[in-house]
Write a protein that binds this ligand. Structure first.
Ligand SMILES: Nc1nc2c(ncn2[C@@H]2O[C@H](COP(=O)(O)OP(=O)(O)OP(=O)(O)O)[C@@H](O)[C@H]2O)c(=O)[nH]1
Ligand SMILES: [Mg+2]
Length: 600
């Protein structure tokens, strides 16, 4: 059988999943009457809601008698490690680049990985339907990027296609067509067929899947020999040991699903059921002549955050799983599939330190848990420092900001204040393109400030670069907060009175507790306030009486925004129904005492 194995790689939002969707449609995996929504590939709820891919996915289509295995990858930098791993299954990559934005930090990262593996990318300049796009200029930029990344002569000779995955067409020129055949044809012509290595079985597990019926499923590419249903194998563990096992069931990919197979030979990608306790990176090998493939290195975490049980007065009201035992079990289960994640126990049985690749990586976990019915408290995310040559080092990232001319000086000021250094500044039409080298710490909370400073016009992206010496103190949040003095139901009367002191995170009529954060103070410094005073009127806005009608709607922050917002003495209560900001010490006297001891 003719096979091509490709991965689709790009910066976040450049259109990978949309293209994969179009590939599926073009090769009509669907029966005519089957319902086909938008982005069928982003299959879990969180992915659909946010429009981002979190986990890479395998699909397989048949085009003119050739089987094309396609891997859709996530574009956000927090999930870069995932891309790196799944590239091991591919013989070629399609590098998508947005015809307006051009190469972005993650374009560079994924391209570098592909080039290092010796893959020859096909470049697809996507979104040429966008106003003001500059496909030719972007093509040149992509070429420069290949060059900078030391691409070989062969790699530099990449084919380029132009088009729009949204409109469903691609061509070798900018002329519009009505199909994506140009992409499929180029894949067949340009991507080499997989090498078929004869010999004893070797298959590295590069990804995994779950099924409630089958349990954990190992996914990888057969590198050598053949794998058969019922075959006895040795699993070569990461620590060098071997354990015996047996292939219970075997599947290949077909369309968006899997198809049972009895035998899969070198070059194809398959899913294996029946191997107990495997980990990603391990090799499924011949029972008699087991030989491991080189282990895949996984990116180290750069950030950690404390997870603890919910100890607010509202404990247990809204969640199903609330004990430290529930929390611990869930976190341990996550480790099985979330590779870049680490969980450490602490001295306190109710608290765990969770290490991840960034704010999004950690927030996706918290959001998933909350949807499953967990209640928990999370603290301020901290970057992980490292001792190098006796000196404290911290992670730095490359930050790219594209912003209209008039705001560029504001952006430079803002980032410089957060210890960033300007590396590149160039005009791109009416936009300025800025690149900075900035400590990861400086990025926490930067997004909202940036949007405020640029009237929402800035587009920013960043990615981890390296560890470098500690850059000194970075100013935290400017403003203090208003804290509830006592619990109860908040009144429109008191919120109205306090309106000129701060911007509220709650609506009138919401149940609150002492120590909960009610609002952002307009000034630095915290203030304890009474929000339950006066006539107890709930649903003020609905009833429309007294001053409450003029109360500004509350500021609603996403979980990520909350994570970036809170300071060291604050935390977030997360339940299936609510996200509340609070002080760690709920009692005012405790906070004062603590502040005093900190001063001495
Ligand atoms: N105008 C235009 N928009 C597009 C095109 N292709 C994709 N988009 C839009 O760009 C957004 C992101 O598309 P996705 O396909 O989810 O991007 P992705 O690369 O898979 O994103 P991640 O998986 O999060 O990295 C969506 O809103 C798409 O509708 C295109 O050709 N033209
Ligand atoms: Mg995607």
């Amino acid at each position: 059988m003719n096979i091509r194995n490709i991965a689709i790689i790009a910066h976040v939002d450049h259109g990978k999943t949309t293209l994969v969707d179009k590939i599926i449609h073009a090769t009509s995996v669907f029966r005519d009457n089957q319902e086909t929504g938008e982005l069928i590939m982003d299959s879990n709820d969180l992915e659909r809601e946010r429009g981002i891919t979190i986990l890479s996915k395998n699909i397989s289509v048949n085009y003119n008698g050739t089987k094309i295995n396609v891997i859709d990858t996530p574009g956000h930098s927090d999930f870069g490690g995932e891309v790196e791993r799944v590239l091991k299954m591919a013989d070629g990559v399609v590098l998508l680049v947005d015809a307006f934005e051009g190469p972005m930090p993650q374009t560079r990262f994924v391209l570098q990985k592909a080039l290092n593996l010796g893959l020859r990318p096909i470049v697809v300049i996507n979104k040429v339907d966008k106003d003001n796009c500059r496909p030719d200029e972007v093509h040149d930029k992509v070429f420069d990027l290949f060059f900078q990344l030391d691409a070989t002569e062969e790699q530099l000779n990449f084919p380029t296609l132009y088009g729009s995955s949204k409109q469903g067409w691609f061509n070798t020129s900018l002329e519009k067509t009505d199909n994506i055949n140009a992409v499929l044809d180029t894949i067949i012509d340009y991507v080499p067929a997989p090498k078929v290595n004869e010999g004893p079985l070797q298959m590295q597990i590069t990804s995994l899947d779950y099924s409630s019926f089958l349990g954990r499923i190992a996914i990888g590419r057969v590198a050598r020999g053949t794998v058969k249903e019922g075959q006895n194998i040795q699993l070569c563990r990461l620590d060098g040991t071997m354990v015996r096992g047996k292939i219970k069931e075997l599947y290949t990919f077909e369309g968006m699903g899997k198809k049972k197979a009895t035998e899969v030979s070198a070059g194809d990608i398959c899913a294996v059921v029946g191997i107990e306790g495997f980990q990603i990176g391990e090799t499924i090998a011949d029972a008699e002549q087991p030989e491991a493939l080189p282990v895949i290195a996984i990116d180290e975490p750069t950030m950690n955050m404390q997870f603890s049980i919910n100890n607010s007065p509202f404990f247990g009201r809204e969640g199903k799983f609330v004990t430290s035992r529930n929390l611990r079990d869930r976190l341990m289960k996550e480790l099985e599939k979330n590779l870049a994640l680490r969980v450490h126990d602490t001295d306190d049985a109710d608290k765990f330190l969770v290490y991840g690749r960034g704010i999004l990586h950690l927030s996706v976990l918290v959001e998933t848990m909350r949807r499953e019915g967990y209640e928990l408290t999370v603290g301020q995310p901290q970057v992980i420092t490292k001792e190098i040559d006796g000196k404290k080092n911290e992670p730095y990232e490359i930050l790219v900001v594209d912003v209209p001319d008039e705001y560029s000086s504001k952006v430079v000021n803002l980032v410089t204040m957060r210890k960033g250094e300007l590396l590149i500044m160039e005009s791109k039409g009416e936009m300025q393109h800025l690149e900075f080298d900035v400590p990861s710490r400086g990025l926490i909370g930067l997004r909202s400030m940036m949007l405020t400073a640029t009237a929402g016009e800035a587009v920013m992206a960043h990615r981890f670069a390296e560890y470098k010496p500690w850059k000194g103190t970075i100013p935290g949040r400017n403003n203090g907060v208003l804290i509830a003095k006592q619990g109860g139901s908040s009144t429109g009367y008191s919120l109205d009175k306090l309106q000129d002191r701060g911007s509220f995170f709650i609506d009138p009529g919401e149940e609150v507790y002492a120590g909960q954060i009610m609002a952002e103070h307009i000034k630095p410094g915290d203030l304890v306030v009474n929000v339950v005073e006066g006539k107890k009127l709930t649903n003020m806005r609905a009833s429309g009486t007294d001053g409450a009608a003029s109360i500004a709607p509350k500021i609603q922050m996403s979980l990520e925004e909350c994570m970036e917002y809170i300071q060291q003495d604050e935390c977030i209560e997360v339940t299936p129904k609510s996200i509340r900001l609070r002080k760690i010490l709920l009692d005012e006297n405790d906070r004062n005492k603590y502040a005093k001891t900190m001063k001495n």
